[in-house]
Design a protein around this ligand. Structure first.
Ligand code: 13P
Ligand code: SF4
Length: 339
């Protein structure tokens, strides 16, 4: 099928849905016909999560793509997730819904700057968060996600000299829980960096029994008031198991979809951002994740485009730190909803 020049310029298939179709059953029909699997991150829209084969956090999504026998992986998330899938499964077709779905955190560390920093610090090993480009991963000794960062860092000898990037808040958190002094890259996520401590405390004052769930990409003052700090899957698991019935959730608000589904009798209150309107989104929403829609999912499957490609030389290097992470965390089960 022809890929139009205008779609290439836009980064996604810009075509209206055929009139009268049942988009959800068409998506499932195409998945079956093409042996395609749909993976979705917890931050995507609820409708996208509901139609996916697997929904999970960054670690679970990487673990799943490493073992799927589908011919096509459709990654509903952001660009670095598609790249990770493609690096792990070079022989498969890896599709994303919109090439504009980037990540402010991944953008905060470019490979040339990291290379310069690494060259200035001989003898240091490089630990990179999964929210990085393939080129950054190619300069990395081991990748981590927020689910396994402590486990992976603990696998190094205590006196190993480490550079950690790009998320400074996660790096600070890992330094504090491991007693290390890793050199930290000064990067961050525009969603997790925006939560308002004052507004969280005001909600807590109105709901004194509510537990505060915080993602480690949030700044330290927010982490300090947390009842639990964890990855999206970690926070979800905590909410499922804990006796509390109210939770204030300081991470991207898409996770509330799965939390509410898993715990229909509990109340989840999204932590508010400082300002309610910057970068064209309501700020506790990741504008990149929200570029994933059912209409784009339909078109991506239909045209098998946009596909992710990773330069083979970069992929050859980038797979090593990803494999190392998967090996260290092979017994770590991230929360994952599959149907
Ligand atoms: P986790 O999926 O590891 O919780 O990370 C959150 C995130 O920001 C993904 O981009
Ligand atoms: Fe990147 Fe932040 Fe969006 Fe996660 S929430 S994909 S770290 S911009």
């Amino acid at each position: 099928m022809e890929i139009k020049e205008s779609w290439i310029n836009k980064g996604y298939v810009d075509e209206p849905l055929p009139e009268g179709i049942d988009v959800k059953s068409e998506i499932r029909r195409m998945c079956k016909e093409k042996n395609a699997v749909i993976l979705a991150h917890y931050y995507t829209d609820g409708a996208v999560q509901d139609i996916a084969d697997f929904v999970g956090d960054s670690l679970a999504l990487a673990q799943w793509s490493a073992k799927t026998d589908a011919d096509i992986i459709v990654m509903c998330g952001v660009h670095f997730m598609g790249e990770t899938n493609k690096i792990l499964c070079p022989e498969k077709k890896v599709l994303v819904l919109d090439l504009n779905a980037g990540c402010s955190l991944a953008d905060s560390c470019n490979a040339a700057d990291l290379k310069k920093f690494v060259d200035e610090h001989p003898g240091y090993k490089v630990v990179s968060y999964v929210n990085t480009t393939a080129a950054v991963k190619a300069l990395t000794d081991v990748v981590v996600t927020s689910s396994n960062a402590k486990l992976v860092i603990d696998s190094f000898p205590k006196d190993e000299k480490l550079i950690f990037g790009p998320d400074k808040n996660l790096g600070d958190y890992i330094n504090s829980v491991t007693g290390r002094n890793m050199l930290l890259w000064n990067g961050g996520c525009h969603v997790h960096g925006q939560f308002s401590l004052e507004k969280i405390l005001a909600i807590k004052a109105e709901h004194p029994d509510a537990k505060i769930l915080v993602h480690p990409e949030c700044p330290s003052p927010i982490q300090k008031v947390a009842d639990v700090i964890g990855s999206t899957a970690g926070l979800l698991n905590f909410a499922i198991k804990d006796d509390a019935t109210e939770f204030i959730v300081a991470t991207e608000s898409g996770i509330l979809h799965e939390m509410t589904k898993a715990c229909p009798d509990k109340t989840f209150i999204p932590a508010p951002p400082e300002s309610s309107e910057t970068m064209g989104c309501s700020c506790n929403e990741c504008s990149f994740m929200k570029l994933n829609t059912l209409a784009k999912l339909y078109n991506t499957l239909k045209y098998e485009w946009p596909a992710i490609e990773v330069d083979s030389e970069i992929a050859k290097e980038a797979i090593k730190p990803i494999d190392k992470m998967l090996e260290i965390s092979k017994n770590l089960k991230s929360a994952m909803s599959s149907k």
